[in-house]
Write a protein that binds this ligand. Structure first.
Ligand SMILES: [Fe+2]
Ligand SMILES: [Fe+2]
Length: 386
């Protein structure tokens, strides 16, 4: 490369560099001193001398979550052609057109790009008004959860260590934003009134957003996202709700994030053993109990036993909690037993002729693909079939 070097004032250069060195030392010493006194200091957990976030590269986390998320990134324009989204680039649109051209007439008809009006007509045809209200009640509960997932994942960006973990969370922020906006259109297409958050969802989600630091990982990625994953797995085979299959895949990745993170940055022994921490997290779980009781009629409309659903969620939650280090195996088994007891006691009170049932062995996820995803994510915690 050829350039015409310009003359500079050598003395000015030396002075500027000397001034910068003095100010640099002063600024960094001041921030180190403030940090040592617990009075703040540098706001960014960023190590510019190593060109890395504090905590290092954490490439495993990056590959597992950021790279994989980008690989699996889906576009609403393809997955929900009836929606208002135009998020494909020219290349992606061309690929979709090519793929459609190679289909047989029958396949093409099944995959036909349907308009918003046609989609609404399909929902009108397939669902009774009561079924519509049930789907909307269940989906909007998790739709409100998507709003909080977006906020919580964004807030965790400043709490985690390492470049890899931040890259992973950045993808989660992007995916939760997509889930929220796409879910809104899907719910609105049903054309029935969208319910507000119930008091239990309000307590669960506010409790998660206000939780201390990494307890938010528990409230959101373990608790709320296990509920989300289970709802998507339960509904994705219903007419018009095929797009939920993609939500399900994203959520399975999100539920795995705390486990991957604590593998790299384990909680201290004191944090793991803290009875107060366990109590805080148990308090976060509690609103889910009355929530299940509240949505039981809607699940019943769709032919799902609310406590089969709750049991399958709780099994996933305790599996993830144990793997991430939020509780030990003994604590998990005890908690499962307590929930099993409460579910059965409530059913004895409210259902004629109820017989003791192992709700925590139930599975309400239906699609083969979704079951395979859950088997990969939860291993032994996911039964081989529904
Ligand atoms: Fe989500
Ligand atoms: Fe999520």
């Amino acid at each position: 490369m050829e350039t015409q070097t310009l003359p500079i004032n050598e003395r000015a250069r030396k002075i500027n560099e000397a001034v910068e060195r003095v100010v640099n030392r002063a600024v960094r010493s001041r921030d180190a001193w403030l940090a040592s006194l617990g009075l703040g200091g540098r706001a960014a957990a960023y190590d510019d001398e190593r060109y890395e976030f504090v905590g290092g590269a954490a490439d495993t986390l990056r590959r597992k979550h950021y790279d994989k998320s980008l690989r699996l990134l889906w576009k609403a324009e393809v997955a929900a052609p009836w929606s208002s989204f135009r998020d494909c680039n020219a290349h992606e649109r061309e690929l979709t057109d090519l793929a459609e051209r190679s289909l047989t007439d029958g396949e093409r008809a099944a995959r036909a790009r349907i308009t918003s009006a046609e989609f609404r007509a399909l929902l009108d045809r397939e669902y009774t008004p009561e079924q519509k209200r049930a789907v909307v009640a269940i989906l909007s509960a998790i739709g409100h959860g998507e709003a909080y997932a977006w906020l919580v994942s964004a807030s965790l960006l400043t709490r985690v260590q390492s470049t890899g973990a931040r890259a992973a969370l950045t993808m989660q922020v992007l995916e939760e934003a997509k889930h929220f906006v796409v879910m809104r259109e899907l719910i609105e297409a049903f054309g029935v009134e969208v319910p507000r958050q119930s008091a239990w969802e309000y307590l669960l989600l506010e409790g998660t957003l206000k939780a201390e630091g990494l307890d938010r990982f528990f409230g959101m990625n373990v608790m709320v996202e296990s509920i989300a994953l289970s709802i998507f797995g339960m509904l994705s085979t219903l007419p018009g709700l095929e797009v939920l299959r993609l939500f399900h895949l994203d959520e399975s990745r999100h539920t795995a994030l705390p486990v991957a993170y604590f593998n790299e940055f384990p909680m201290s022994k004191r944090e793991r053993a803290s009875a107060l921490g366990r109590l805080r997290r148990l308090k976060m779980v509690l609103p889910t109990l009355p929530l299940v009781m509240l949505i039981e009629p809607h699940l019943a409309t769709l032919g799902v036993d609310a406590f089969d659903f709750a049991g399958s969620v709780m099994r996933k939650v305790t599996t993830l909690s144990t793997r991430a280090g939020f509780m030990d195996a003994e604590g998990a088994a005890a908690q499962n037993q307590v929930f099993e007891g409460i579910f059965n006691a409530y059913c004895r009170l409210t259902r004629d002729g109820h017989r003791q049932k192992r709700f925590l062995d139930a599975e309400t996820t239906l699609g083969d693909v979704e079951l395979a995803v859950e088997r990969a994510a939860f291993g032994a915690a996911a039964p081989a079939s529904a």
